[in-house]
Design a protein around this ligand. Sequence first.
Ligand code: ZN
Length: 82
Amino acid sequence: MKCYICRDLGFVLFTQSIKGSVYEFIAHCSCVKGNDYAYDGRGGEGPKSRYYVPPVGDVLPVADLIEQNRRLEAEFRPEKIA
Ligand SMILES: [Zn+2]
């Protein structure tokens, strides 16, 4: 695993409560793989739309994600953190 933010997926899913309903959203990572998911329909080239995938740093506490994923990795592969 190279990226502790997205676990090499390129994106991070998060939930947000809007008017009492919980919705799932996607954010793109700041690593190389995240480029594939960086979509902004509001500007640039291509067809315009209201859809937009925010950078993970705008919507989630990145330091917490890294900490959490490091811990997860240590749990599943304890031999790696000797
Ligand atoms: Zn990443």
